[in-house]
Design a protein around this ligand. Sequence first.
Ligand SMILES: Nc1ncnc2c1ncn2[C@@H]1O[C@H](COP(=O)(O)OP(=O)(O)OP(=O)(O)O)[C@@H](O)[C@H]1O
Ligand SMILES: [Mg+2]
Length: 297
Amino acid sequence: MPVVLAAECPSLPLVHRGKVRDTFDLGDAYLLVATDRVSAFDVVMENGVPDKGRVLTQMSTFWFDRLAWVCPHHLLATDEDSLRGRVPGWGPGLQGRSVVVRKARPLPIECVARGFIAGSLYKQVRAEGGRTLGLDLPDGLRDGDRLPEPIFTPATKAQEGHDENVPFARAVDLVGREVAETVREWTLQLYRQAAAHAESVGLILADTKFEFGLTDDGLVWIDEALTPDSSRYWEAAHWRPGGPQPSFDKQPLRDYLEASGWDKRPPGPRLPEEVLEATRERYVEAFRRVTGRSELA
Ligand SMILES: Nc1ncnc2c1ncn2[C@@H]1O[C@H](COP(=O)(O)OP(=O)(O)OP(=O)(O)O)[C@@H](O)[C@H]1O
Ligand SMILES: [Mg+2]
């Protein structure tokens, strides 16, 4: 399979090019294509990770299917035959990495569930204490500790750089109480179900980020689902709270970048083949462990 850095679909209007996914307009639906672009420290690297887009798409489809009983999701078509019929200019560059989805208006919040403390929330709690963001966390939490119970920590989408964690009350201001309460329920339920499955295959799902959007039929779960890009997966056997945990998927990439002296400002550097291959291996391993399938479609 070719490495795809930009999805080629000349006959369809490109609606959005994100850090990783390209969205095309099909009229009554969107075509969402996960490329092999890879970002670290919020910057996209010059070259791509082979098979990464296929892992993201096929892992998302696995989770949307498995958790469809929790809430409605946006997938309309995922199998090759229906896609071929719907997408003009279908070809190998789209295969295995594309889905047709319902058009939604994304809510202006990211819905994050956390069962463990890490990353931006750990820094915030260390600086401001366990009551930050209106939470009620115990004192003395170490980086990587399990939380007494999973929590919902919404964030606002930053145009550039990191998203900002906000109190639940701010989410209510942005989307209304009813929607905020619904997505909080769904987020926590999706997280609990997914974390239990991850645990059964020796992985910790430390946290994950969902997006929801509005359609004429109400709220739906959109975007990607529980992929390594939207989630922190840790190897359960290597979990040692008290410092940053190795990332299941991007650690080889981060280690390389830290050692390279790159200043973390765009443009991202060109990565050596062995770093791309090591990263590819981690993404595919995450796919295998989570889905129980040995090969990508
Ligand atoms: N069903 C949908 N309807 C409308 N928009 C969607 C739908 N599903 C996903 N999206 C949007 O498509 C985009 C996916 O692209 P991608 O994740 O690469 O970029 P991004 O999230 O905008 O930016 P980045 O991830 O680079 O910070 C997101 O903006 C997401 O909100
Ligand atoms: Mg995104």
